[in-house]
Design a protein around this ligand. Structure first.
Ligand code: ADP
Ligand code: GLC
Length: 470
């Protein structure tokens, strides 16, 4: 049995802004079958406090946690142990985990998540009520200082650390003057430590001071060691390549269960979806997008490629939100009778889109793993994706060889620009007009293994190696 404390800023179903939450929420159950006893530590945002109840058992009271008193309360997430850091001065605010209701980052994000990291290191060093983790599994920049604090507290000789990069684009960088407020030591504020061009980088702290590093797909792991993708961290990652690995995300296959077993039965869901989003009957493929609108997700490329899809008889229903300019541009695009746009975040709607559509589009400029293409596979809703990161690792492209061998599961375009996207949309529409090929691809897609089975074994192996090395 390996005891692991998983530490993150999000955890489904308590609080979610993206795939990080899904992964953190899925790990405890996935790892339980591998003899891993996982507790999850998250900040006590209002939604989390509401979920566990304001009278949830107090496990520890901590004075002076970055400007106030905090408590560790215990709860459960889907039957697995949850630890909640209740620190009203840091987390009791409206908005989402990172920003206020106007979309501006909280000015004290560095301390908000330093506090989470500090408490993780405290639990690592001293245990909690007799439970003491052997490994801290740290997710993204919000937890980057934990291995540094663990060393400061003297826990690093007994407790190991795995730092997982879900997205290198977010790095938690603050001015060097925050050093002492963040309870960091001057001796680590160097190029070989967490210093980054005169600033403090929480992400770099995680990358430099953790025992092991992982990211969420093998291709993204390779990409991250190159300047085009590494966002300044390629050198550190290259130096640490011996302890750096890519482990693909899985999905919760019970939670993402299509309402049919034969893709032919999609027809009624397609009719229902068209009705719901106001698209007319048509012969071409019905495509969907379920995404944050950001530079990462390539939504601007999709805007440019829309006319090509429509010219080939395709239709599209888009569900997403984020960048205001993109939201406005898509609203305008929705004036076309074959385009539907729903601005918002809506999980049940996402499921209906997956069930009813023929194709899910994921034109990301970079994608550490991506979950929606995995949902697409599971639902027989063929993914058309950019050839990058986890999108490269999870889809078998419908090129001539793949089609001839009958193994293709989707479409990949490369280079990642609107011209290549247009080319692949045309190719996809062509294949859609060949029902036998399309059905073969749907069956292939639906039979792919997208669960946590394989990847959870990889995490379990890393945890045991880390624990054994201490
Ligand atoms: P990222 O974490 O970069 O946003 P992922 O593909 O890993 O990308 O995860 C995104 C998650 O958020 C998926 O579970 C997806 O279904 C969900 N999601 C994104 N946008 C929406 C939306 N507008 N409505 C419902 N679910 C959404
Ligand atoms: C990040 C990435 C996404 C990945 C998710 C979960 O949000 O952008 O590709 O699937 O983390 O690891």
């Amino acid at each position: 049995m390996t005891r692991v404390l998983s530490v993150a800023s999000e955890c489904f179903p308590l609080v979610k802004t993206g795939g990080l939450a899904d992964v953190v929420g899925a790990l405890p159950a996935a790892l339980a079958t591998h003899d891993v006893d996982m507790h999850t530590l998250v900040p006590g945002y209002p939604a989390v406090m509401h979920a566990i109840g304001h009278d949830a058992p107090i496990r520890a009271t901590l004075t002076d946690i970055f400007g106030g008193t905090a408590r560790i309360r215990s709860g459960q997430v889907d039957g697995h142990p949850l630890l909640v850091l209740e620190a009203p001065h840091l987390y009791d605010r409206p908005g989402n985990p990172y920003h206020n209701t106007n979309g501006s980052d909280w000015g004290d994000n560095a301390s908000r998540f330093a506090a989470l990291s500090w408490v993780a290191a405290l639990i690592g060093t001293h245990g909690l009520d007799g439970w003491s983790p052997q490994v801290l599994h740290l997710h993204d920049w919000q937890t980057g200082f934990a291995p540094v604090y663990l060393r400061q507290m003297g826990g690093a000789s007994r407790v190991g650390t795995l730092f997982t990069i879900h997205n290198i684009a977010f790095q938690g960088v603050v001015g060097g003057q925050e050093l002492f407020w963040l309870r960091l030591r001057g001796e680590d504020f160097t190029m070989d430590g967490f210093e980054y061009y005169g600033h403090i980088s929480s992400l770099k702290a995680g990358l430099v001071f953790s025992d092991r590093i992982s990211t969420v797909s093998p291709t993204y792991a390779q990409e991250l060691m190159r300047p085009e993708f590494g966002r300044g961290m390629q050198g550190v990652l290259h130096q640490r390549r011996d302890v750096f690995t890519g482990i693909l995300n899985g999905i919760d296959t019970d939670a993402w269960q299509p309402p049919y077993t034969d893709p032919a039965d999609k027809a009624s869901h397609k009719a229902a979806l068209r009705k719901e989003v106001g698209l007319p009957e048509a012969d071409g493929p019905l495509c969907v997008v379920i995404s944050r609108f950001s530079e990462q997700k390539g939504m601007d490329l999709l805007l440019q490629a829309l006319p090509t899809l429509l010219r080939h008889g395709g239709q599209i229903a888009i569900l997403g939100n984020g960048d205001r300019a993109l939201e406005a541009a898509f609203r305008r695009a929705a004036r076309h009778s074959s385009v539907s746009v729903h601005i918002g975040y809506d999980e049940p709607r996402a499921r209906r889109y997956l069930a009813g559509a023929d194709v899910i589009l994921v034109p990301s400029r970079f994608e550490p793993c991506g979950l929606t293409q995995l949902y697409g596979l599971r639902f027989g809703t063929l993914p058309l994706v950019a050839l990058t990161g986890g999108l490269a690792d999870t889809i078998v492209h419908a090129n001539a060889a793949g089609l001839r061998a009958g193994i293709s599961t989707g479409f990949q375009f490369n280079p990642i620009d609107s011209e290549a996207l247009c080319g692949m949309l045309s190719h996809m529409c062509d294949q859609f007009s060949r029902p036998a090929i399309w059905r073969r691809m749907q069956l292939n897609a639906m039979s792919q293994s997208v669960s946590w089975q394989a990847s959870s074994a990889e995490y379990a192996a890393i945890y045991s190696e880390i624990a054994a090395a201490k």
